[in-house]
Design a protein around this ligand. Structure first.
Ligand SMILES: C[S@@+](CC[C@H](N)C(=O)[O-])C[C@H]1O[C@@H](n2cnc3c(N)ncnc32)[C@H](O)[C@@H]1O
Length: 245
């Protein structure tokens, strides 16, 4: 590729606490004037911009790209392709660019779709993805609770996908992280109960933000107004202490 071509940095700014942005991301931001992020009414992406803003050079240009919240696959793909083309135009003009996401950019993130569209339409453009701290890593830290120990396993899933998978877990995964746990919480609790995962479950709402909340009894979440920034960490009830390895 032409030496004048810019590089895209896919950056995860962490889940909310501005101190949880990786140093590598800060260094990339400090030398990048073109910043892209996803615009969406549901997810507060302006938070990602607020976290990144102190690290941007003077005169940096921030552009929010529209990603429609629709189930229509064709409209979504058209938006991914169109946004990839906008980013590609910046890179081919010789400028580096950042794409900001909350948490980790490769974990349930719009960046994943942009990346796929870029690889498909502009396979020669250089892309460097900088990992971020996920919401569930930060939540486990906030709870001072290990995510996995010894030979245990961890399932990361979206609460929006239904509860059948949780029901099938009995005996298969010792730890489950449920992101997007702002809908169907009653059904999620029921399924966790059936899989012997309810008693040792904790909800974390707005982790790392000034109004962070830890919900010890996740059944409470079912009776509240849904908060998009909600996740659940569920652990198998232990009859004995943890195995040491
Ligand atoms: C589209 S996913 C983004 C995940 C993000 N890329 C990550 O690495 O954690 C959005 C879901 O992540 C979870 N989430 C993200 N940030 C959070 C936070 N600060 N506190 C609690 N949950 C959060 C919520 O479950 C939310 O519905």
């Amino acid at each position: 590729m032409d030496s004048q071509t810019g590089t895209l940095y896919g950056i995860g700014v962490g889940p909310g606490d501005p101190d949880l942005i990786p140093l590598k991301a800060v260094k990339a931001l400090q030398r990048t004037r073109r910043v892209f992020t996803a615009a969406s009414s549901k997810n507060d992406y302006s938070l990602a911009v607020r976290i990144a803003a102190p690290h941007l050079p003077e005169g940096a240009v921030i552009r929010q790209l529209p990603f429609p919240m629709t189930k229509d696959r064709k409209s979504k793909e058209a938006a991914w392709d169109a946004n990839a083309a906008i980013i590609a135009a910046t890179l081919t003009a010789g400028e580096d660019a950042c794409f900001l996401t909350l948490g980790d950019p490769l974990t349930y993130s719009t960046y994943g779709y942009v990346l796929r569209a870029l690889k498909k339409g502009f396979p020669d453009l250089p892309v460097i993805t900088i990992p971020g701290i996920t919401s569930y890593q930060a939540s486990a830290a906030a709870l001072n609770t290990p995510l996995v120990e010894g030979d245990e396993s961890l399932l990361v899933m979206a609460g929006t996908q239904g509860t059948e998978r949780i029901r099938c877990l009995n005996g298969h995964a010792e730890n489950v992280v449920i992101l997007k746990a702002y809908r169907n919480v009653g059904a999620i609790c029921q399924a966790l109960d059936e899989a012997h995962l309810l008693a040792a479950s904790t909800g974390v709402v707005r982790c790392g933000m000034p109004d962070q909340e830890v919900v010890a009894d996740i059944r409470e979440l079912a009776s509240r107004a849904p908060n998009y920034w909600t996740l659940i960490i569920a652990k198998r009830e232990r009859l004995h202490g943890p195995e040491e390895h």
